[in-house]
Design a binder for this molecule. Sequence first.
Ligand code: NDP
Length: 437
Amino acid sequence: MTFLEDFAKTHANEKEFLAAVLEVGHSLEPLFERHPEYVPYFKELLEPENVIHFEVKWVDDKGKERVNQGYRVQWCNAIGPYKGGLRFHPSVNLSILKMLAFEQTFKNALTGLPMGGGKGGSNFDPKGKSEAEVERFCRAFMDQLYPYIGIDTDVPAGDIGVGGREITYMYDEYKKKSGKDDGALTGKSLKDGGSILRPEATGYGLCYYTQALLKDQFKTSFKDKKVVISGSGNVATFACEKAQQLGAQVIAMSDSSSAIYDPEGIDLKTVRAIKEGERGRIHEYLESHPKATEMASNAIWGIPCDIALPCATQFEIKESDADTLIKNHCLVVCEGSNMSTEIKAAQKLIAASIGYAPGKASNAGGVTVSGFEMAQNRTKQHWSYEQVDQLLKQTMENIYYSAEGLAASPKEKKDLITLSNESAFLRVMSAKKAKAK
Ligand code: NDP
């Protein structure tokens, strides 16, 4: 399609963002052939509505001033306020944030909740920083960002490197500087109006989505399945917890240093103890589990499994990994991380009839519960654990079945990338049309 070719030429230096646009754009081509009148709406979605770029000046423990780059990318607010996480990681740049904000717009549309799309963060590396340094950085970051956010305008949350601790510092700073306590961040502590189950939401939601896919496409469940999960952060550990609760055996996890394989099943308590506080390395697991073995992080996809849940970072499943998963008869690959799978690898998985789910659908649990948090803050309500868990499960099943519902007949059966992108795009487009009236 010509406009995608032109776009690829003009955005060649933003490879992550370009990959995301091409994935969505190509998957929508059949829809655009039937409805060329939709194309202008898609073109409007190819650039952010606002990009806020600022310097974050903070002081380290030695009293030295340090400077990092800070960003907020506000993509589209047709459905509701901009919404999406903040990532603190040295790899953060505008291309990665544009990819994430673009994807977030589609993901948020899939939830059916009133949320637009956005993303932000900084190239600040929380690793090796003291608690006091993290606090000073978070406050300095919010000192720059607070004028641009609010419950009805833009509601950031956590992402890599930003958990409950960082949200607490940033929300406190937001309240001080703005004079408002309107819930302009989600993932807050319960004391600050956070929703119960937010930490668990992405990992649990991933398993609820995977459960629906397993049931619908393979007439089976998590019970007695072997599961490989990359990462050992928020998404990975709660996916592990839920998969185990649902009767699966999780046999491998990883971090950026290495992966561990435990044929007896991962002992999640040990992983959590290693990762709490100073964030130890996953190979420390071997000290208390002598039957476990260690390998390179990216060798994790070579471990034969029924269910693969990439929950670490973008583009972690390459073509060669897809070949190995296919050879090892893996049933499903559901993404916990955003853009976990390279496009060609995803195409191979789909061609081999593996149940492959793109992150924008399967990891939408986190933003779903963030949406619930916004609703609770607006109405000053507090929903119970059971209520939130039930609603999360229902939403993840709806995301799966409402996309599947677009494949009206078995003849028209499409893959979950196409179906999820179509479902999301149609929702964003109709919101844009309604707003324009
Ligand atoms: P965390 O920072 O809590 O954890 C990330 C984990 O991935 C860490 O264990 C990290 O290891 C590991 N990791 C990073 N790079 C690699 C690599 N190259 N190979 C192997 N492991 C690696 O982040 P989250 O769990 O919150 O997020 C994980 C992914 O899920 C991200 O893509 C994020 O965008 C996505 N996501 C998160 C949501 C949430 O609610 N948190 C919502 C939706 C999506 P190390 O400690 O060594 O860096």
